[in-house]
Design a binder for this molecule. Structure first.
Ligand SMILES: [Zn+2]
Length: 427
């Protein structure tokens, strides 16, 4: 597979990318919500934001040729970080198209449409991506706008994107371009872009579960059948697993958490995901066998869906509402930085071992823990009266609270793993 189609004017490769989950079958369209394509590219290449796209399209008209500049950013053999969905982007080419005017109009230049049509025609020729809209997850091949993903695939989030980027117009024009030589003359390509193209080697990992029978992705210090990230292919697979767990809200969305190494936090996150999505189906919590893999990267995973579950805490599928538990009053002074959190944390972090009212604090922490159990965020524990709820805010409690916050609060909190008065209110 070539890194990019012959349609590109320049190449600015980013390392913000992951392994694919399968062959390319679709095209996902985005607008940049910006008129400045160079800034968007710089953001992707420098990593100032954790986003990327296979291609960007500018809003200019170089040499009056009639279509805007096309830049290759994520080589096609990789998944770009564009739509907040491993499931969708894992098999997509993605485009961020610059606007010709700012909001609220967010115009798209005719030349940008022409460049987009060239990309669509190229994808049809190179990968057979059909020139039609995707209207159902069952028929997941074709073209789709960012904002349609939530309805069609149940992935991503509600968004105005791709705004005025009219996909039907792109497809109609692309159909006229099929068969036309779309290559940009090499001499016309940006010297700077060519120079920055590293053409880095492609990992052999193709995104499928490729372990022998009886083998699994699991603890790096586990048995011989446990593949935990000792070679590049294992690490690529584990990175995919970790990023998918982050995407689904079962792991903290912090830089560096996904590192390709299957250690205890990954085991915990896998077990938490299994307790929700593989309840009663898995015999090995914390390990990814072929059936876990298929489910993890398939559609219809129960996942973080912040906007839809903030009003009420919905138990995860593995969790049970159970009997109501009496809620102790918030034990700390309001309007301060005092919160429930890591027992080894700062002086403002109350974990159950200090403070004049330690009994009240321990009772509140125990309540938080019991709610985590009831809501299904404690792997392997379903009884709220289990000794797991011990009133001490240690790492397992931090993990559970973090998972709950990712699943239900998302944008509503920045203090993951800590319980502040507003978090407590929601519990
Ligand atoms: Zn978008």
């Amino acid at each position: 597979m070539a890194d990019f189609g012959p349609v590109v004017d320049q190449v600015r490769v980013t390392s913000q990318r992951s392994a694919r989950t399968g062959s390319i079958v679709r095209f996902v369209w985005h607008h940049q919500a910006s008129v400045d394509d160079d800034s968007t590219i710089t953001m992707m290449v420098t990593g100032s934001r954790e986003v990327s796209a296979t291609y960007t399209v500018s809003n200019d008209n170089p040499d009056g040729r009639g279509w805007s500049r096309i830049t290759g950013v994520v080589p096609e053999q990789y998944r770009a970080w564009t739509s907040d969905s491993q499931y969708v982007d894992g098999r997509a080419l993605t485009v961020e198209c610059a606007n010709s005017s700012g909001g609220p109009e967010w115009g798209i230049a005719d030349e940008s449409f022409e460049a987009c049509a060239r990309l669509a025609a190229y994808a049809y020729s190179a990968y057979g991506v059909p020139l039609r809209r995707i209207t159902s997850a069952a028929d997941g091949s074709g073209h789709i706008g960012h904002g349609e993903l939530i309805d069609v695939f149940g992935e991503g989030y509600a968004t105005f994107c791709p705004g005025n980027l009219d996909i039907d117009r792109i497809l109609a024009r692309a159909a006229q371009l099929v068969g036309v030589d779309l290559s940009v003359p090499a001499a016309a390509r940006s010297r700077r872009g060519r120079a920055s193209f590293t053409g880095s080697a492609v990992t052999a990992f193709d995104g499928s579960f490729a372990l022998p029978s009886g083998h699994f992705y699991g603890a790096i210090n586990g048995p011989k059948t446990s593949h935990g990230g000792v070679d590049d292919n294992e690490q690529a697979a584990i990175l995919m697993i970790q990023q998918r767990l982050q995407e689904l809200g079962f792991a903290p969305n912090v830089p560096g958490w996904a590192d390709g190494k299957f250690e205890q936090p990954t085991t915990d996150a896998v077990a938490a995901w299994q307790s929700v999505n593989m309840a009663g189906l898995t015999r090995f919590p914390g390990r990814i066998f072929g059936d876990d893999w298929a489910k993890l990267f398939g559609p219809n995973n129960l996942r973080a869906r912040g906007a839809r579950v903030t009003a009420q805490n919905v138990p995860t599928r593995g969790g049970r509402r159970g009997a109501a538990i009496a809620k102790p009053p918030w034990p700390l002074p309001l309007g301060t930085d005092d919160h429930l959190g890591d027992i080894n944390g700062s002086g403002r972090s109350h974990g159950g071992n200090r403070g004049a009212n330690a009994a009240e604090i321990i009772a509140a922490i125990r309540y938080v823990q019991q709610r985590m159990i009831q809501l299904g965020f404690v792997p392997g524990v379903s009884d709220p009266n289990n000794g797991w709820a011990d009133g001490l805010f240690e790492q397992p409690t931090i993990n559970a609270v973090t998972a709950w916050q990712h699943a239900t609060l998302r944008a509503a909190t920045t203090k993951f793993g800590e319980v502040w008065p507003d978090d407590y209110e929601r519990l």
